[in-house]
Unconditional design. Sequence first.
Lengths: 752, 246
Amino acid sequence: MTVFCIALSVFLVTVIFGMAEMAIRSQQYQEIKKHGNWHVIFSDIDRETGTIIQSRPEVAASSWYAYVKEETGFSINGKPIRIAGIDGNAYASMFENELVEGGFPKSDHEIVLSESAKSILNVKLGDVITIDGMGENFTISGFAAASANEMRYDRISALLSIEAFRRYVSSEDYTEQLIVQLSAFCNMQKVIANLTRTFSLNKKQVAQNGNLLAVLGQSDNGFVIQLYGSALVLFLLVLTASVLMIAGSLNSNVMQRTEFFGMLRCIGATKKQIMRLVHKEGLHWCKSAIPAGLFGGIVVVWILCAALKWISPEYFSEMPVFRVSGISIVCGIAIGILTVRLAAQSPAKKAANVSPLTAVSGNAYQSQSVKTAAKTQILKIDTALGVYHATANRKNFILMTGSFAISIVLFLAFSPAINFMGHAINAVEPYAPDVSIISADNSLSVPQKLAEQFEDLDFVKRVYGRMFAYDIPTKENRQINMISYEEHQFKWANENLIEGAAEAVFSEENAVLAVYNSDYSLHTGDKIILNVDGMTQELNVVGVLSKSPFTNTPGVANIICTEDLFQQLWGEAQYTIIDLQFRRGTTDEEAGVIRQMAGSEFSFSDRRQSNQQAVGVYYSYALFLYGFLVIIALITVFHIINSVGMSVSARIKQYGAMRAVGMSTRQLIRMVTAEAAVYSLAGSAAGCLIGLPIHRYLFEHMVTGRWGEPWNIPVVNLILIVSVVILTAIIAVRGPSRRIQNMSIIDTISEQ
Amino acid sequence: MILLFAIFKEGDLITMEILNVQNLCKTYGKGEAKVDALKNVSFSLEKGEFAAVIGKSGSGKSTLLNCIGALDTPTSGSITVDGQDLFSMEEEQRTIFRRRNIGFIFQSFQLVAELNVEQNIMFPFLLDYRRPDPDAIDEMLELLGLGDRRSHLPSQLSGGQQQRVAIGRALITDPKLILADEPTGNLDSKNSQDVMDLLRQASRRYHQTILMITHNENLAASADRIFRVADGLLTDLKGKGNETLS
């Protein structure tokens, strides 16, 4: 059991730190992929200063860099573009994975376009394009990965060599900046501060790649510190639980060998020698427990990484699967040794303090001091003794109940974070579209027929459109936005319903749903009287949603209605937006078909990449949060099993005596079960009593305050953790039961 | 035959066999480490007999008692208590039989620390989920001289008192057989004498069949029958112990 406890703690810590490192690495890759592998940009500096900075030994790569936005007036085939210029070598080292096809411009008449240009402009590698506003022809030398924003807002970017950029773009339209990549081995903050001071630069002139520096642990931003900080908190939690578990195990081990230690003292062993013996014994267990825990931990990290890659291949594509985290191994070994060293302290002292007389007198086993007799009037003798064993020693009862309760409290305290995550990261909501066709001026202009045509395509899973009417004045001089939903969207909205009934919008007249807005609070039964061109129209609120996919403008309520009601109010109207969801495995070419069908009249928004990123972020958080909850549950499970096992070990001789005078095995098991049941019931009650107010407080602060979702007793969470506790207590009795069944009465009695 | 099942009154002639041990063998270990703790032991006890088993340490007397009490399983042979073969029963059944028909008195008392004197005495009843007649408990406490100690915990009693509680626990169910393993081993001479008096009284007054193990030949002298165990062999010394031993 002790070996298992050590292995478990090593395993947990290896997984915690392994996953923390994987998360940091994954973030580093993501940041490099999103923003490039540069660390600092200096603006408004002269060439001479730039040259001095470039020659600094800490600078690994650097280049002059410039860009112009769409507004500058450059376009291709009428599509406004943004253009950037950079040195080829610096681009290779700072944006190495960005080029997905071809190469960096080798001459002034070569250009790299973002990948989105392929479908928007229908071009390929080697094609010649003309940039309007520049009047120059360029051969496409390569395509760079489009960012999520470019995809979403249908933008095109172009990249030239810095020489070509300087040649074709008027210097009045841009200012050059020096983009710098620092050596990985220097103290980046110190170098940046030093350069800033040396050249008397102000804050505006120095822009850091904050996110990347944060994940590299090179900034004041505490991302890495926070992540490792969380891992450290978990480390301490595991350490405490493990020390408790192992100390209990060692204690009982020592108790059972009191005579042996007495004998050692009799034949001349010093107290120090006995303490060393107990410590060495503990460390001896580490020999097999630490490698087992490390191996298990590493394998689980591999499995988790593989699972993340499978769930969100785009987002976690750079995450290594078969990688061994050095820090997790060091921490795993550390916790193994640390727990044993700490846990062995008290048992070692106990063993050292055994009197040599103990061996001679044979009074090695003394049952715990008993102050009052068990109550056998109401309960059966076996149950009564079990209850008595659990409650007789108040200190032990509080400790055991407390240790059961703390797991429930931790579980309940942590679970509002899951609700928070569910609300905060909403791109993975079922209604998130893959692509959208949007009216260019937010008017009701996207034909409903188009939606019907999209529905016929094989790769399209769902099509749903919405009509919008903005800033409609009400009789109370307030404003509302009206949005029409069809059945899919109502079904999804139903999941966020906090008041009323969503179905009522179909059955009742002028029925609408209101979205929770702290500035414009609406409730079921409220009436909204619209004031449109002097005409009044009454709307009845039949339900309230905690949230919607639309931004809540302060003071403006978002009101959801059926398409019929919308058309009844605003006449025969087309959609403002049509959303499409694709089947898994839909290609870019197929997405391009949608673009062509919609034509250039409407904006096309491809959200697949940003959705993938959101899915990635969601699963990273989910993995961390659920992982934490699983760890709490695991600690609970093993702690309970261990505690019950220890309790039986401590009384095994007493049980032998009871069997000798006629107690059956079944009665003994019932006795142990009663003891475990008292701990788990008292622990569950205490855990719920303390945990529920904490859950409520955190829920109201994290969720209710932001999204209006009222606090309810977390029945599912409660049932889950209390079931874990009670089921574990039942399972925990099995091991000791087997020991009781196999116990030799004679050996047990004759030892006394 | 019908007489055997009659309820005997104090002083009646007792001819009913309570314990029968036939060809009992107990072997520990294998090969060269094999030890024959009991070799073909056979004997029987009639109702109301008080028998003592004497022998040196390691002679096999405790093994014999443990086998008879079904605490240990013999290698071969049979043991019947009140006509019931102990080892033909299932474990659970055997435990219940033992609880109801065999009373144990151990050298180290083996009282339940969490129960008071009264509860310890009625422990076999409690295990049967029954309540004994309160008068019977009162009578037993008086017999044991523990009337004023009924609510005391074992830790609040002297060794002699604890052993008396253990005797009370063994007697309360009116078992067919009482097995006592060195009942005075942990007691001083005064308390030893009291315990022996109690056992003798139980045998004479209630016709309890008692098998006691002791290495003290003087204590064995007060038994009706004496057996000697040496190297796993049982010898029936017959007659009054004091006569044979002298």
